[in-house]
Design a protein around this ligand. Structure first.
Ligand code: GUN
Length: 284
């Protein structure tokens, strides 16, 4: 049976360290400031934003949630972002994705100042990650949270075969760059990939972010693989499940993340910790 990588416990451990760092900043008169911008009323986004807000408040970050109407124009949204770019009490800006149709996500990520881009989605920060020059560079929170699992459970990536299923800017692409920078041999698979199972069965490290409930079964996994499940799906009973069929894969993998209490809590912990890091950078 695989060792279950406990995201809730690791998140609590990292939150304690973050709380100490927040105290040190408070001693210098600095309160880390995070702005979360939510456009419209997407129910899943509202849940994410509420969870982020709760955790930020608990740890003593100054957190502002800015709810904007579904119908806001791209120009108006970018003007609001620019105001926060100029605001010295704000260290981190997050625009919750997805955005309504009239707004171009690329233009929005370009508008967030690279020094306040807590998601690491601005092309300048993504470019620095790609060339492995990540000093003072915010990096996407979910992939960074996954790297924290590897560190905690002492999983060596050097020379390993890693397969990333999913090529999004939020998870797949930055994750592949982090794994490459850690000397893994990385394959990115996606919806156009032929014979996916042949690839996943070769993976020492298998990371799945495709948004299809229980897509990866035991037969798709190499014995002893490390399996990371980024999925947040609903099964036919409405229960929260991952992209990996946990019950069967748990018997074959060496390490596995559960859903819930796996990758999810780590993403929020990383967001808060990175907000604090960005406040520390600005105070140097
Ligand atoms: N939507 C789903 N995940 C994320 C994330 O990590 N950041 C943002 N901004 N939007 C998201």
């Amino acid at each position: 049976m695989a060792t279950i990588m406990d995201g809730k416990a690791l998140a609590a451990e990292i939150d304690m360290r973050t709380a100490n760092r927040i105290q040190r900043l408070a001693d210098q008169g600095i309160t880390p400031g995070l702005v979360v911008i939510l456009v419209g009323k997407d129910p899943a986004s509202q849940i994410y934003v509420r969870n982020k807000e709760r955790r930020a408040k608990k740890l003593g970050i100054h957190s502002i949630v800015r709810n904007l109407p579904e119908t806001i124009s791209e120009k108006e949204l970018i003007k609001i972002i620019q105001e926060y770019n100029e605001d010295p009490t704000v260290h981190a800006i997050l625009v919750q994705l997805p955005l309504p149709e009239q707004i171009n996500e690329f233009h929005v990520t370009m508008a967030i100042s690279p020094t306040k881009d807590v998601d690491g989605f601005n092309p300048f920060n993504l470019g620095k990650l790609l060339i492995n020059k990540t000093d003072q560079t915010p990096i996407a929170c979910t992939p960074q949270g996954i790297m924290s699992f590897f560190k905690k459970y002492q999983i060596n990536l050097d020379g390993k075969k890693a397969v990333m299923v999913g090529r999004s800017t939020i998870v797949g692409k930055p994750m592949a760059a982090l794994l490459t920078n850690a000397n893994a041999t990385v394959t990115i698979a996606h919806s156009h990939t032929h014979h996916l199972s042949e690839l996943t069965r070769e993976a020492d490290i298998l990371i799945v972010a495709i948004g299809v409930a229980h897509y990866i079964k035991a037969e798709d996994v190499k014995p002893g693989a490390v399996v990371i499940d980024v999925g947040m799906d609903r099964d036919s009973n409405g229960k929260l499940v991952g992209d990996v069929d946990f019950e069967s894969v748990e018997k074959k993998a060496s390490y596995i993340t559960p859903v819930p209490k796996g990758v999810g809590p780590m993403t929020i912990t990383t967001l808060i910790s990175q907000t604090v890091t960005m406040a520390e950078w600005s105070s140097e």
